[in-house]
Design a protein around this ligand. Structure first.
Ligand code: 3H9
Length: 670
């Protein structure tokens, strides 16, 4: 089937792009458009051209799968096609529904007029792929909407609605939601009299100060990322350039530099990894889903409350159960406080906060969960406690209800065995803060049924999570790998590195915090045996000394009341004591060694999990680490990073450390 076809409505020619799933500008689409537009321009009986898309969306950008692929047939470039549009001797009208993104949005910008349905979205999300717009977006957009709005759109990559686009002069006309094609043809007839019109030579308006403000506001979020800064540089250039052609050249060169770099490779990998993660091997696409209308959460602590918020804000009623009234009140109070804080930031209106809270039913009785379609347990990480809750839920919950545990380590099969319905039991491991973190590990027990799993995967998408399927093993994907990193970091302390040096090396690598800062934040007593006389590790010693982490102001670091950490003489003395008893000489350790010693064992563990079938694919592991632990997206997750480091280098380093190497890594040793 042809991806570009033309039809006529009197003097208006309608060019339709049909390239599922998202009408990306693949090579054959570019060639098709170029050819058809050439013919239409040459045909005197055509007075106006409408560019419209079939299917669910307008053009969602360049075809990302073509990038870095040397086997793409040659043909027309973006710039050749765009040039024909811009210089056409008759008006071209972009008719937009769904999303006009990246190269698709840029093509709409070279069209002479734009009509869109109100629900359409317009944006330049290239930064999320480690790129910038490469077909004039950074040069034409400031000429239409001004520097400030253009800078926001190119550097943050978030789309705006067609309604906002209309207010900002980006969209010339709003169409009826259901009659875009007819409305576009009518509009095209009006445009004939107005003639073609180009955005390229419009003056750039606005103030460059907006750019510095954006940089300051996003410094933390953009740390280590190249693309947002390059995108802003291009907007700045547009403001100062005399000949727009120079601006286009400047942008093009910057685009090509980024396209050849490592960051975009990693970020494109993440784009596909995130979409791939939703696919469960061996699960038929048409697996029937269970209806989830009401959710129960057991445990109103920080985790339970955060979990509940996910559903409430999507309009799903939640029954929240606690054992004691004061804990329940505290939990409900925390949910309100969190929503109010979000409302203060503009995420919700005050009315929405009340609507969300109206959907919450606090209770002291598990029996109140009898009509829930899904119950998520978020109580203490102790097997006996979990099993007791599940045995009760088994008696109380209606047949077909899904029973999920939020455990972060424990054996989901063992938890399921406390019920008479292990097919309905699985893990839903949320990450803290549960209403903020994107990741959800969905743990598939040995007996979990296909439809329970498929239902939870679909539900995850509904509440805006990126779900990854993990098999039952200690710590699942994320925490199992984390344990390797923590173990190696503690070993490095014994050999002479300090907590600050190790944390600094991880921060410089791009992690939001290092292993010890993270331990302090989580609490050093998580998983501690609680026997102060049993001191086998540095961590045991810190706990025994009452150093429990940020929560009591002292852990690996000492904390002030604003939770700023400084090196602790007491901790350093404890480390020193362990070192002298382990007879290890103190030596200089480089940051490079820290990264290799702490991260290579993680990559190894990832390979082991793949070999054991605990993770479906390497890219799923990357999704877990980028969205659950803040691994920098520009490094593409530990498995992608490991691939760039080289399997043979990693395997050799692990062997040198005496660490058993995963077979799939070992086979790469030359
Ligand atoms: C660019 O344009 C650079 C230019 O400036 C340079 C010019 C020189 N290409 O997300 P979904 C696939 S850079 C190839 O689940 P939704 C996706 O992998 C590009 N494939 O759907 C998935 O495949 P599968 C700038 C793409 O409804 C399927 O489509 N544009 C592309 O939730 C469905 O995707 C962007 O960054 C693509 N461009 O969301 C836009 N886009 O089914 C990226 C999607 O096999 N796309 N696929 O897993 C999106 O943001 C969302 O896909 C969209 C739809 C909002 C469009």
């Amino acid at each position: 089937m042809q991806s570009v076809t033309s039809t006529r409505d009197g003097e208006v020619l309608i060019l339709t792009i049909d390239n599922p799933p998202v009408n990306a500008l693949s090579w054959h689409v570019r060639n098709g458009i170029g050819e058809e537009i050439g013919k239409a321009v040459a045909d005197d009986s055509v007075k106006a051209i409408v560019l419209i898309c079939a299917g669910r969306t307008f053009i969602a950008g360049a075809d990302i799968s073509e990038m870095g692929n040397p086997n793409i047939p040659s043909g027309l470039t973006f710039l050749e096609v765009f040039d024909t549009f811009e210089h056409a001797n008759k008006p071209i009208i972009a008719a937009i529904h769904g999303s006009a993104l990246g190269g698709g949005f840029e093509l709409a910008l070279v069209c002479h007029y734009r009509i869109a349905v109100p629900s359409a979205q317009l944006g330049l999300p290239e930064v999320k792929l480690g790129l910038i717009p490469g077909a004039g977006g950074t040069q034409r957009l400031p000429r239409v909407v001004g520097i400030e709005q253009a800078a926001i759109m190119v550097s943050l990559g978030e789309p705006i609605s067609a309604v906002e686009g209309h207010e900002r002069g980006l969209v010339d006309r709003l169409a009826e939601e259901t009659s875009l094609r007819a409305d576009a043809i009518t509009f095209a007839r009006e445009c004939i009299a107005m003639g073609p019109r180009s955005t390229r030579n419009l003056p750039v308006t606005g103030n460059l100060a907006a750019i510095e403000k954006l940089k300051a506001e996003n410094a933390r979020k953009w740390r280590g990322f190249e693309a947002p800064y390059v995108a802003l540089k291009c907007v700045e250039f547009a403001a100062g350039v005399e000949d727009p052609e120079d601006g286009l050249r400047f942008e093009r060169e910057a685009f090509v530099r980024l396209r050849e770099g490592t960051q975009t490779k990693a970020q494109r990998h993440m784009f596909f990894a995130e979409r791939q993660a939703a696919k469960v091997e061996g699960l038929p696409k048409d697996t029937p889903l269970r209806d989830i209308r009401r959710v129960g959460v057991v445990g109103a602590g920080t985790m339970g409350g955060g979990i509940a918020m996910n559903f409430l804000q999507k309009g799903i009623p939640v029954a929240l159960v606690e054992q004691a009234q004061d804990n329940l009140d505290r939990g409900v109070g925390l949910i309100r406080k969190n929503y109010e804080a979000l409302a203060a930031k503009g995420s919700f209106s005050a009315e929405q906060v009340e609507q969300n809270l109206d959907l919450l039913s606090p209770s002291l009785a598990l029996e109140d969960l009898s009509d829930c379609d899904l119950v998520i347990e978020a109580v203490y990480e102790v097997m006996d406690v979990k099993q007791e809750v599940f045995a009760k839920l088994d008696r109380i919950c209606k047949p077909g209800a899904i029973l999920a545990t939020n455990t972060s380590y424990l054996d989901v099969n063992e938890i399921a065995s406390a019920t008479s319905r292990p097919q309905d039991v699985l893990g839903m491991h949320f990450f803290s803060p549960a209403n903020v973190m994107k990741l959800l590990e969905v743990v598939r027990g040995d007996k979990t049924s296909d439809d329970a799993l498929a239902t939870v995967m679909a539900l995850a998408k509904r509440i805006g999570k990126i779900a990854v399927v993990a098999g039952v093993c200690h710590g699942f994907i994320g925490n199992r790998m984390l344990a390797q990193r923590q173990h190696a970091a503690l070993q490095l302390l014994l050999e002479g590195a300090s907590p600050e040096q190790i944390d600094r090396a991880h921060f410089a690598f791009g992690m939001p915090m290092g292993p010890f800062q993270m331990s302090d934040l989580a609490g050093l007593d998580v998983g501690w045996h609680r026997d102060p006389s049993r001191v086998e590790t540095i961590r045991d010693a810190l706990c025994a000394a009452g150093r429990l982490g940020q929560k009591n102001g002292k852990g690996f670091y000492d904390y002030d009341e604003r939770r700023n950490g400084t090196p602790s003489p007491e901790t350093l003395a404890i480390i020193e004591d362990f070192r002298s008893r382990s007879n290890l000489p103190k030596r200089e350790i480089t940051d490079e060694e820290i990264i290799e010693r702490t991260l290579y064992p993680m990559v190894n563990e990832g390979h082991l999990m793949l070999e054991e079938g605990k993770a479906q694919r390497a890219s799923d592991i990357d999704v877990v680490w980028v969205h659950g632990y803040g691994w920098p997206a520009y490094r593409g997750g530990p498995m992608h990073w490991g691939e760039q480091e080289g399997a043979s280098k990693i395997a050799a380093a692990l062997e040198k450390q005496g660490i058993p190497v995963a077979a799939s890594l070992k086979e790469n040793i030359g």
